[in-house]
Design a protein around this ligand. Structure first.
Ligand SMILES: Cc1ncc(COP(=O)(O)O)c(C=O)c1O
Length: 436
């Protein structure tokens, strides 16, 4: 093992041995190399005559660039737009995102979390988590309605075993009983379980209530207290888009931090969906654990391992994207801009609810509970989802997503409010066509 990795492992173990136990074999081996990067950083400080360390190009002391590129980038210097960012991400963005986490999640008050490490959006963040914390054969607990890419990220790439519980009970509430049973049975005779929590949920658009969130946390805590290490990964891709009173308005991550030595929470979130910059590919990984004494050192060690995983996969996330997201977050109008978009999305969600109240649809589908996010999902009663999807596309030019046998996902995030009625009437008509 590399001596730097072993030093980081010692620091983590001193802070909390169970967190060390939870690392995958790759995670235990990970470290942030000192080589070129640290020599370059040293030279940046001290090489006042010639600095010929880093694989970038300069001209008269400035970042070399093509004018045709910089002509398209207003408000940023070539140094900000074009140079490599650190593998950790640029510090001002990491700090700004951390401050925002505290203000968006009041239950974090007084709790210590790591400085977020920047990833190439959440998908890459999940892959980093998968490398660092998941070994082949590990169990990942997920609801039966989930984002399909978890399968590629955890099962195909890392050989984990996804185990499902049913997301909803018969009353259209989060199925606490199924969740608890699943966790209890999977934790029996296992040293570690991984639980993915995704609210607002893709594909249903469901977010739990504060009461349900409390119970979820208690159930996880109970498993941890019985001696199984629990890694709680929250995928907060659609964070903030909570439209109804019953939805909790903060990440469940905030409730999980510091609960039990055997419970480590990892928050994955990003500017991609939250700030409507999907293609800029900016995400974050933040840790919230329980440590003996000072948490700064073990968090720092975890950040270094995480940055090592970033370095070994994509080297670093786009500097240009990081600067754009940072400048936007620092702008005076940032909050009001976000509020404006939030209200548009909320109006659409409310319109979907209003339209779906029509009793005529009852014979055709049930609606899964939704109160947040970009999506909602229909459970079809009389026809299968895939033939209906193809029919709607070919006959009416309407594109939706079929999931499994009977579920049809609607991204109302892409629908104007005025078009909601027509969309569902078209789906209804499409079903009638197929029933004949
Ligand atoms: C639940 C969930 N997590 C993560 C992602 C990916 O997000 P990103 O674009 O930040 O990689 C998606 C995108 O569809 C998603 O639905």
């Amino acid at each position: 093992m590399n001596p730097i990795a072993s030093e980081l492992n010692d620091i983590i173990t001193q802070g909390n041995e169970h967190i060390y136990e939870m690392l995958s074999n790759v995670g235990k081996e990970l470290f942030f190399p000192k080589g070129i990067l640290s020599q370059g950083a040293e030279a940046k400080e001290k090489a006042h005559k010639f600095n010929a360390t880093i694989g970038m190009a300069t001209e008269k002391g400035r970042t070399m660039h093509l004018s045709s590129i910089m002509a398209m980038v207003k408000g940023l210097a070539p140094r900000q737009a074009l140079t490599y960012a650190p593998s950790f991400g640029i510090l001002p963005l990491r700090e700004t995102w951390r401050n925002a986490l505290y203000s968006k999640n009041p239950s974090l008050a007084g709790k210590e979390i790591s400085i977020p490490v920047v990833t190439h959006a959440i998908t890459h963040g999940l892959s980093v988590v998968s490398d660092m914390w998941v070994d082949p054969g590990d169990v990942i607990i997920l609801p039966d309605k989930m984002w399909g890419n978890y399968n590629l990220i955890f099962s195909v790439r890392r050989g984990a075993r996804i185990v499902h519980y049913s997301l909803f009970d018969d009353h259209g509430k989060f199925n606490l009983e199924a969740f608890e049973t699943c966790l209890q049975s999977q934790s029996k005779d296992r040293q570690k379980i991984i639980v993915m929590l995704n609210f607002p949920n893709n594909p249903t658009g469901y977010t739990v209530s504060p009461g349900e969130a409390d119970r979820i946390v208690e159930i996880m805590e109970k498993v941890a207290q019985k001696g199984t290490n629990v890694l709680a990964v929250t995928d907060d891709a659609y964070f903030g888009l909570f439209y109804e009173d019953d939805a909790i308005k903060e990440s469940i991550f905030a409730r999980l931090v510091g609960r039990d030595p055997r419970l480590l929470a990892i928050k994955l979130d990003g500017a991609t969906k939250e700030n409507f910059v999907w293609g800029l590919r900016i995400g974050f990984i933040t840790y919230g654990g329980f440590f003996k004494g000072d948490s700064e050192k073990p968090y720092d060690a975890l950040e270094k391992k995480t940055a090592g995983a970033v370095r070994g996969s994509i080297s670093s996330a786009s500097h240009l994207s990081q600067e754009i997201v940072l400048k936007s977050m620092q702008s005076e109008t940032y909050r009001s801009e976000k509020m404006e978009k939030f209200l548009i999305m909320k109006e659409r969600a409310q319109e979907v609810k209003r339209v779906l109240e029509d009793l005529k649809y009852q014979e055709a589908w049930d609606v899964y509970p939704f109160n947040s996010g970009y999506f909602m999902c229909l459970n079809l009663k009389t026809v299968e989802a895939e033939p209906l999807r193809v029919h709607l596309l070919e006959k009416y030019g309407v594109g939706l997503i079929s999931l499994g046998k009977a579920d049809l996902r609607v991204a109302f995030s892409c629908l104007e409010k005025e078009d909601v009625q027509e969309l569902f009437d078209t789906v209804f008509q499409g079903i009638k066509d197929l029933e004949q």
